[in-house]
Design a protein around this ligand. Structure first.
Ligand SMILES: O=c1ccn([C@H]2C[C@H](O)[C@@H](CO)O2)c(=O)[nH]1
Ligand SMILES: [Zn+2]
Length: 136
């Protein structure tokens, strides 16, 4: 599974986006350490805030199958430049991804920005902050 394949999987996932409100489909493909790819799309709701982004759909699919070791994430949308994940997704990425896990932000024009959780959410609030407060 190389970068191009993972990006292609994110485009396939995007085809299942449920976006009657925004009409802005997003796809994500999360590569697990065992080689399995978890695909996610955005899923909207008439009650707008219930919407789940593509990135979180993919992460939650994997975690709900007991998978928590990941190797890379690709995200795609029809944006002018590479798609920019929302704050909620960045926080969820910080929970499950090592700080240097490769994140490929892409668009339908084929632009690819390779980044990391560390760069996407510097200073993320994490488990370590809770542990420091003596909750271990
Ligand atoms: O990185 C992103 C950015 C936006 N969205 C979704 C949320 C909503 O359904 C639509 C418009 O914000 O795009 C994602 O899934 N991922
Ligand atoms: Zn999001």
């Amino acid at each position: 599974m190389n970068k191009e394949q993972l990006i292609n999987d994110s485009k396939q996932a995007r085809e299942n986006a449920y976006v009657p409100y925004s009409k802005f489909p997003v796809g994500a493909a999360l590569l697990a350490a065992d080689g399995t790819v978890y695909k996610g799309c955005n899923i909207e709701n008439a009650a707008y805030p219930m919407t789940n982004c593509a990135e979180r759909t993919a992460i939650f699919k994997a975690v709900s199958e007991g998978v928590k070791n990941f190797s890379a994430l690709a995200v795609v949308a029809d944006t002018e430049g590479p798609v920019s994940p929302c704050g909620a997704c960045r926080q969820v990425m910080a929970e499950f991804f090592p700080a240097d896990l490769p994140v490929y932000l892409t668009n339908m024009a084929g632009e690819v920005q390779e980044t990391t959780v560390r760069a996407l959410l510097p200073g993320a609030f994490t488990m370590e902050d809770l542990n420091h407060a003596g909750r271990k």
